[in-house]
Design a protein around this ligand. Structure first.
Ligand code: HEC
Length: 209
C-alpha cells in the first residue's frame, strides 16, 4: 500500500471520542462562566470550561435552565476526539504492513505446499506403475543389487543418474535393465517422482501420521 495514502487515511480517522457531562448549578454571574470550576464528569470540580478546552475537550452541546434559587444551571456535554498522532500512525502502519507481509508469506507457503502435493501425486502414479517393481514400495531397494536405494538420493543425484542412463553413460552391471525406463520419462516426471519419493522417507512418513 502507498505509504502517503495510508497516512492520509489514518490521520483522518478518529481513534475514539470520549464524552463527558459537566455542570454548574445556580450560577449568578455569567461574566466569568468559562473560568468557573465545573462539577461532575471529567471536570470533577477541578476544571473550568477553559481548562477542559485546553486539554482537548470541545463543547458538543450546552443546556441552560433557570434555577429555582434565582441563578442559572449550566450543563455542558464535552467531547474529546483523539486523533491519531504520527507515532500512532507509524505503529499501526507497521502492523498493517506486517500483516500484509505475513499473508504474502502464508499464501506463498500454501502455494508451494499445493504444488508439492500435486507433483508427488503425479509422481506416485508414475512411480507405482513404472519403477516400484524394482525399486521397492518405499524406494528402499537396491534394484537388482546394483542401484542405490532411490530414497537415499537427492534431486541432483536422481536427475544426473537418469540422464546418464538415457545416454548410455552409466552402468553398474545392470544398466541395460534401467536404460529403457530412464528413456521413458521426461524432466517433469523425474521431479514428480522425486517429490513422491520424498514422502516415502521414514521421517516424512512419521510427520504425515
Ligand atoms: C526392471 C527394473 C527397474 C525398473 C522398473 C526401474 N529401474 Fe531404475 N534401476 C534399475 C537397476 C537394475 C538399476 C541399476 C542399474 C545399473 O546397474 O547401473 C537402476 C538404477 C536407477 C537409478 C540410479 C540409482 C543410482 O544408484 O544412481 C535411478 C535414479 C533409477 N533407477 C530410477 C528409476 C525410475 C525413476 C524408474 C521408473 C521410471 C525406474 N528406475 C525403473 C532397475 C529398474
Amino acid at each position: 500500500m502507498n505509504k502517503k495514502l495510508l497516512f492520509l487515511i489514518l490521520s483522518s480517522i478518529t481513534l475514539f471520542a470520549e464524552t463527558t457531562m459537566c455542570y454548574k448549578e445556580n450560577v449568578t454571574s455569567i461574566s466569568n462562566i468559562d473560568d468557573i470550576k465545573l462539577d461532575g464528569g471529567k471536570c470533577e470540580s477541578q476544571n473550568s470550561l477553559n481548562e477542559m478546552k485546553e486539554s482537548g475537550w470541545n463543547v458538543d452541546d450546552i443546556n441552560i435552565s433557570k434555577n429555582p434559587d434565582g441563578g442559572m444551571n449550566y450543563i455542558y456535554i464535552l467531547k474529546n476526539e483523539k486523533q491519531y498522532n504520527a507515532s500512532d500512525i507509524e505503529s499501526i502502519e507497521q502492523k498493517i504492513l506486517q500483516k500484509l507481509e505475513n499473508r504474502k508469506v502464508e499464501d506463498e507457503k500454501r502455494r508451494i505446499e499445493e504444488i508439492k502435493i500435486k507433483m508427488s501425486r503425479e509422481g506416485k502414479i508414475k512411480y507405482v506403475k513404472k519403477c516400484q517393481s524394482c525399486h521397492g514400495e518405499n524406494a528402499e531397494l537396491k534394484a537388482l543389487g546394483t542401484s542405490r536405494p532411490l530414497v537415499t538420493l537427492n534431486l541432483d543425484q536422481m536427475i544426473t543418474s537418469i540422464h546418464e542412463y538415457q545416454r548410455h553413460a552409466k552402468d553398474n552391471g545392470n544398466g541395460v535393465v534401467m536404460t529403457p525406463y530412464a528413456k521413458s520419462i521426461n524432466e517433469r516426471d523425474i521431479k514428480n517422482i522425486y517429490s513422491y519419493i520424498l514422502t516415502l522417507k521414514p521421517e516424512e512418513k512419521k510427520e504425515n501420521k
